[in-house]
Design a protein around this ligand. Structure first.
Ligand code: SF4
Length: 424
C-alpha cells in the first residue's frame, strides 16, 4: 500500500544503525536494477545525458523497458554497472554534473526506506549499503534533515497494512502489535544465547501465544484478544521467556527437510526470470530440487559467479559463529523488526517465518561463499538483503504465490520447522 508524500509529524529513527555515504559505488552495480520514474526520465532527457554516460554514442536513450508490457523504465547498464557510474572515481556523473535532484528517486533515497504506521514514520535502512552493514559513520538520527528532504520528495510511501494481524484469524490493535514487537526484540537481544536459538525462541513464543488465543476463544466467556496478549507478554517476560528458550533448545531439526525447504526457496528465486514460461519455471524448480535432495552437482546462488559444488557445501551455524557475525545478525534482524519487515507484506506470524527463511539463506550464502574461497558472512547478509528482502519483490511473489505460499505455510506450522531452518 502506498500514500502520497507529505511532511511527517513523527519520524522514528532506529538505534544502533550508522550511516555515511562511502562513495564506493557498490549500490550502482551488480544486482540492482535502477528504476526510473517518468518525472526523472524527463529530467534526464532534458539535459546532455550523453556527456555523463558510458553508453556508446549510437545509443539514443539511457533507458530500457524490462518487458514488453512493463510500464516502468530502467537505466541501461554497461557491464555490471549503471551507465552513469564513473568507473574511476566511483561517483555518479549525472549527480556530479547536474546535482542530486536530477537522479531518479531510487538513487536519491538509498539506503533509506520509510514506512508509515499509525504512530508515525519509521525510517529504515538497507544492509545492502556498505556503511550501514559495516557501521561506518554517525548514528542515523543525525541524518534527520536528509531524511525529511527525501521523504518529502518521495512520490509514494509504503504503509503498514491495517489492521495488522497476528495470523490469518487474529487482527491486532497497533498497541498490541507494538507490545508483541517489543517482546520479540527482547528475545532477539538475549546475548547469552546463540543467535539462531534466539530466532527459534521467537517462533516458539509466537506459537505459544497463538495456542493461548485459540484456547481463550473457545472458553464460555471468551477473553478479548488485547487482554490475552497483555497477560501473555507480561507473564512470559517475567521469567525471561524461559519456556520459549526451553522449546528452542530441543534438538528436533531435520537436515533433509532443511535441504528440501531451503533448496526449494533458493530454486524458486533462481528460477524467476522475466519473460519466462511458467512451465519452464516449474521444470527448473523440479530439477534443482532433485539436485538438493541428492546433493548432486553444484548449487547456483545468484549473483555469485561461481557455482558451489555440493561436495564442499555443508551448511551449518559454524559459518555464522564468529562473535562479530553474531552481533551483525542481531543488528540486522532487530533492525528488520524496527523497519516493520514482519508486517509490511503479510501477518506477523508469516512475516516471522520469512525471517527464519532469511536466516537460512544467510547461512546458505555464508557457507557457499566459504566453499568457493570467498568466505565473508557480512557479504552473505548484504546479498540476502538485496536478493530476498529489502530490494526484491521476491518476498511478495513468494508470500502470495498460490502453490508455493500454501505449501510453505503448511510446513511453517510444523513444530520442528524453525529448528530445521535455523539450527539444522
Ligand atoms: S544514476 Fe547515478 S546514483 Fe543512480 S545508479 Fe546510476 S550512477 Fe548510481
Amino acid at each position: 500500500m502506498a500514500s502520497k508524500a507529505q511532511s511527517p509529524a513523527v519520524l522514528h529513527f532506529p538505534e544502533g544503525i550508522r550511516y555515511e555515504c562511502q562513495m564506493d559505488a557498490s549500490c550502482c552495480r551488480d544486482t540492482w536494477e535502477i528504476r526510473v520514474e517518468s518525472e526523472a526520465a524527463e529530467r534526464v532527457l532534458a539535459v546532455d545525458w550523453k556527456s555523463c554516460s558510458s553508453l556508446s554514442a549510437r545509443e539514443d536513450t539511457p533507458f530500457r523497458r524490462p518487458g514488453r508490457k512493463a510500464r516502468h523504465l530502467l537505466f541501461k547498464r554497461v557491464g555490471d554497472a549503471c551507465s552513469f557510474l564513473d568507473p574511476e572515481s566511483g561517483g555518479c556523473r549525472l549527480h556530479a554534473k547536474y546535482g542530486f535532484e536530477i537522479k531518479p528517486h531510487v538513487c536519491q533515497r538509498f539506503p533509506f526506506r520509510f514506512v508509515e504506521a499509525p504512530d508515525g514514520v519509521y525510517v529504515g535502512f538497507s544492509f545492502g549499503c556498505v556503511s550501514v552493514l559495516n557501521e561506518i559513520g554517525p548514528p542515523v538520527a543525525e541524518s534527520r534533515e536528509e531524511a525529511v528532504w527525501i521523504y518529502d520528495h518521495e512520490p509514494e510511501h509504503q504503509q503498514v497494512r491495517l489492521p495488522v494481524r497476528l495470523d490469518e484469524k487474529t487482527p491486532l490493535t497497533w498497541e498490541d502489535y507494538l507490545a508483541l514487537e517489543g517482546a520479540l526484540d527482547e528475545i532477539l537481544s538475549r546475548r547469552d544465547r546463540p543467535f539462531a536459538e534466539r530466532l527459534v525462541a521467537g517462533h516458539a513464543w509466537l506459537g505459544m501465544l497463538r495456542r493461548m488465543l485459540q484456547v481463550a476463544a473457545v472458553e464460555t466467556t471468551p477473553q478479548p484478544v488485547s487482554e490475552v496478549i497483555s497477560f501473555f507478554v507480561e507473564k512470559t517476560r517475567a521469567d525471561g521467556f524461559e519456556r520459549a528458550f526451553e522449546l528452542a533448545g530441543k534438538p528436533v531439526a531435520h537436515p533433509v527437510l532443511k535441504r528440501m525447504i531451503l533448496g526449494t526457496f533458493l530454486s524458486f528465486r533462481n528460477s524467476l526470470r522475466p519473460r519466462q514460461w511458467r512451465l519452464t519455471t516449474i521444470g527448473r524448480i523440479f530439477v534443482e530440487n532433485i539436485r538438493h535432495w541428492a546433493r548432486w552437482g553444484s548449487l547456483r546462488m545468484e549473483p555469485l559467479d561461481k557455482r558451489v559444488p555440493y561436495r564442499l557445501f555443508h551448511p551449518s551455524n559454524e559459518a555464522l559463529a564468529a562473535a562479530e557475525t553474531q552481533v551483525l545478525l542481531e543488528r540486522y534482524f532487530r533492525h528488520g523488526i524496527f523497519r516493520k519487515d514482519l508486517i509490511l507484506h503479510t501477518d506477523l506470524f508469516w512475516g516471522y517465518c520469512y525471517f527464519l527463511l532469511t536466516y537460512g539463506m544467510i547461512q546458505y550464502y555464508a557457507t557457499g561463499l566459504e566453499a568457493i574461497g570467498e568466505g565473508n558472512p557480512a557479504l552473505a547478509v548484504s546479498l540476502v538483503e538485496k536478493y530476498f528482502v529489502h530490494h526484491s519483490n521476491f518476498n511478495q511473489t513468494f508470500l502470495y504465490h498460490p502453490a508455493v505460499g500454501d505449501t510453505f505455510q503448511y510446513l511453517f506450522k510444523r513444530p520442528n520447522f524453525a529448528h530445521t531452518i535455523a539450527m539444522g
